[in-house]
Design a protein around this ligand. Sequence first.
Ligand SMILES: [Zn+2]
Length: 254
Amino acid sequence: MNIYFLGTGTSQGIPIIGSSHPVCKSIDPKDKRLRVSLWMSWNNHSYVIDCGPDFRQQMLAADCQKVDGILFTHEHSDHTAGLDDIRPFNFKQGEMPIYAHQRVIENLKKRFDYVFETENRYPGAPSVKTIEVINDHPFELGGKTVIPINVMHGNLQVFGYRIENFAYLTDVKTVAQEEIDKLKNLEVLVLNALRIEPHTTHFNLQEALSFIALVQPKKVYLTHISHLLGFHEEVQQQLPENVFLAYDNLAITL
Ligand SMILES: [Zn+2]
């Protein structure tokens, strides 16, 4: 399986518009982070997790030729606002399958009403086929089994996804024990770590490291990073040897 980090930044991205924070001014490309998203491909299959406001730019940067489906974690804009830009894939491939919690599907219907319009549809409008993701109901994706991981982002439910020995968890603040039990024997875990200071709805670095100690994956890539975490190079040096800060356009193979 090939994993490509399309974006590794928190909701505003880095740099933040108008910011003079040193991390926003950094010239290190690893300090430039688009909104969080991941591309997974194997054999002839290609799937993306989340579709934020930088989706178009990310698809161009990764030279992604086709997407067989989009898995949504939750409805927040930094994870969904790029939905209109699936149209080039619609024109080539037809309807885009989208996998999400029913609540997220309902939210997308409100925010992108024209996508779901059945009468008088604008001919060039994006088109989707919705597939409901239900906790404790693994589903099939390109010949592999996906296990939904139910986590909490403050008071909001969010889905993480496990595929074989790989798992992707973002926007996590708390995880119930029965969900932690679904994360045994991971080769690679992608996990959110926002910043040094605590936050009400995201793991800070310390909480992420404590969670890693609990789950014990072989390797971890941290994502959904704020400028307040610090410079990529400096933070990386302080991390345990199996924990890495992800960065935009990082590709790994499992
Ligand atoms: Zn987010």
